[in-house]
Design a protein around this ligand. Sequence first.
Ligand SMILES: [Zn+2]
Ligand SMILES: [Zn+2]
Length: 259
Amino acid sequence: MTALRPARFSYVLQHWAVAGIDLLFPPRCVTCGRAGRHICARCAQLVTPTPATICTRCGRVQTARVPTCVQCEDDPDFPLDLVRAAALHTAPLREWIHLLKYEGRRELAPAMARYLTATLAAQEWEPLRIRLDGVVPTPLHAERLRERGYNQAELLAQGLCRQTGLPLRTDLLTREKLTRSQVGLNAAERKANVEGAFAATSACRGLHLLLIDDVYTTGATLRACALALRHAGAARVYALTLALPDHHEPSMHHGLPHS
Ligand SMILES: [Zn+2]
Ligand SMILES: [Zn+2]
């Protein structure tokens, strides 16, 4: 009479597990420990959106909303058509990015991607969004991908694509040069470090593409990616990152040798 119950119960558990909800070990919020989700609704509200006071050309935080900034004056060939960050690189988002990137917490990516989705829904993106051909995550070098096992930018892009229906394109851009970590480098060093590190295929020709990365530090990586896509014929290249530092980065200096 109850012979079917255990099987049925395990079926139900399995079904819920497939849906991402573990009934036996419910996920806990990585920030406050509340049971239910990896990132609870209350902590999700603590993320600080990027203020309106940015340079509208490069997206960096300024004291007022301006059409160009000091860094833009140093960079007349800026290869991106629009760059925006969803939020400031402050707690708790900063911790989540660290967990996603360095602690293997891949399961946080869909919840974090929601900030990208919300940003892309903003009015200034509307005319660009409808013409987008694909979403391109900043690629990792094959060797680093082997070490880490995944590309955090790709997980975020994947979340965004699932939430918006935009096509994910991981086939267009590759990282050819194994560069040293950008951590601890200044803006000019970062730029030199990633110069020529990326290669794009001719399948980019005529496409409108959106680059995705986790943090917009100096923009050196996004810039190098955008240049590669442009050289391969991309018609428009935009970038959207999850986080942006809320302080002014030291500006790039003139007269540095290009290597
Ligand atoms: Zn929480
Ligand atoms: Zn600027």
